[in-house]
Design a protein around this ligand. Sequence first.
Ligand code: OSB
Ligand code: MG
Length: 384
Amino acid sequence: MPVPPPLALRRATLEELEVPLRRPFATSFGTERRRRVLLLSLEERGGEVGYAECVAGRDPLYSYESVATAREMIVHYLLPGLAGGRGAGPLAFLAHAARFRGHPMAKATVEMALFDLQARTLGLPLQHLLAGPHRRPRTTVEVGVSVGLAKDPATLVDQVREYRDQGYGRIKLKVEPGRDEAYVRAVRRAFPSVPLWVDANQAYSARDLPFLARLAHAASLDVVEQPFPEDAWQAHARLARALPRRTRVCLDESIASLPLLDLALALGATRTLNVKPGRVGGLAESVRLHDRMARARLPVWCGGMLETGIGRAHNLHLASLPNFRLPSDLSASDRYWTEDLVDPPFRLERGSRLRVPRGTGVGVEPEERVVRRLRRRSRTLVLR
Ligand code: OSB
Ligand code: MG
């Protein structure tokens, strides 16, 4: 890999967009109807621009971060660290940002825009920068679809049918106590051989362990994602031992860093991993988690946070690395939006796959026309 030249940054623009979802997305922590998206653009002296979006929700439900806390961190603590030529590459930025506790989604926003910018100034697709010289990233990524809680089992089956008809392979169902067994079994009955996962976003307690093990067996589930609270390490490990052989426990919210993954592996609390760059502070940490899981001979997959085409492109570059061996939560643009920020939008290809955008960096740019229409506020900082 060529040695990256330092980035001479000129300007940062943080725009806040409100993007309506095509259909509400309900999980055990709440229902999203429109996403508030922070879109960061970092421009260097040569005129090249790097982009990233922040995955924090409007409200602190999935994690303690929110759009408001992320905006505050980015504007008042993280971007000032980029001024004066300090911290101009992604890794130097992370070293600077480490003095501030927590706030991984805010940090990831800046880190990912720097990765995009770095790849663009090197004239490389981001996936090559992430993969390094010795491994070959894929050109397409196998994906599935994450289906929100529905009002009754029949409605859920109809939604799953719609996605199957569009070509999605693996189906992930959101579940919570009371909206689980009848729903999951109805989908399994209607689709006897579909790869079926469930994600509870921490909604169960250790008392529910026998119930979850029985459900996994009855519905032939391949993955049970984050059933218990994020600090319930032992409960996840016990569930891993109670599940049928084919069913993998998968942590999402619990894994905020490499040391936490080491803990989970030592306890046997995860058998695959949902890697989300936003949750873990960016792409560099995501690649470390990927590599650690590869050493443990366990597959990973890339999660989603209802990203627009900008965040989706970052995730696709990441998910093109070799140990992303299970289908990722990266669906086509039209699963989320009537109009995506990027043109062309992401389309599902044969074999339930999305194509990694070609070109340098993430390979996509936000459409000015769409951004202008959705923008609620905007702030520019001069960085020199
Ligand atoms: O837990 O994986 C999750 C969306 C928002 C917050 C948390 C999660 C999700 C999803 C959607 O499952 C995945 C996607 O972006 O398609
Ligand atoms: Mg999840």
